[in-house]
Design a protein around this ligand. Sequence first.
Ligand SMILES: [Zn+2]
Length: 151
Amino acid sequence: MSRKIEDLDPRCQDAARKTLDALTADDELRNSGVAGWLVVETRRELATQMAYFARGRMAPNHVRMMYDAAGLKQKLTDKETQTAITTTLKSKHLAGLAMDIVPIKADGKAWWDAPTRVWMRMATIAEGFGWESGVRWKDFPDYPHLQWRLS
Ligand SMILES: [Zn+2]
């Protein structure tokens, strides 16, 4: 699991940097309390995707074994192990064609529960740089998720 833009497919690295710059410079986002953006994940190994996929589908101890086998350090609560976070084993992250980003608040903390308008604004700006936003997914919205739709 990587958080580096350099680990993305070379075709979308430039757009990733430009998107983050544009999001950071956006007045509307700044006025909503966004101080910056954090890249939480770019390219992902299959073992990690399988561990994510296990959540909400396997018993808590099995989910934790999958996390451990994938080298993931996060310690999940029982509730988290039973909460589905993905619907696929074929994520664009596997090819380095997706990144997950989250706004940072003025206090420097990741703002996972930012208001919907913040995520919508993020989606609109990112779409202008060639990304598809998980915000738009009707069945299983994935707010931090951006995947490359060009190339
Ligand atoms: Zn994602």
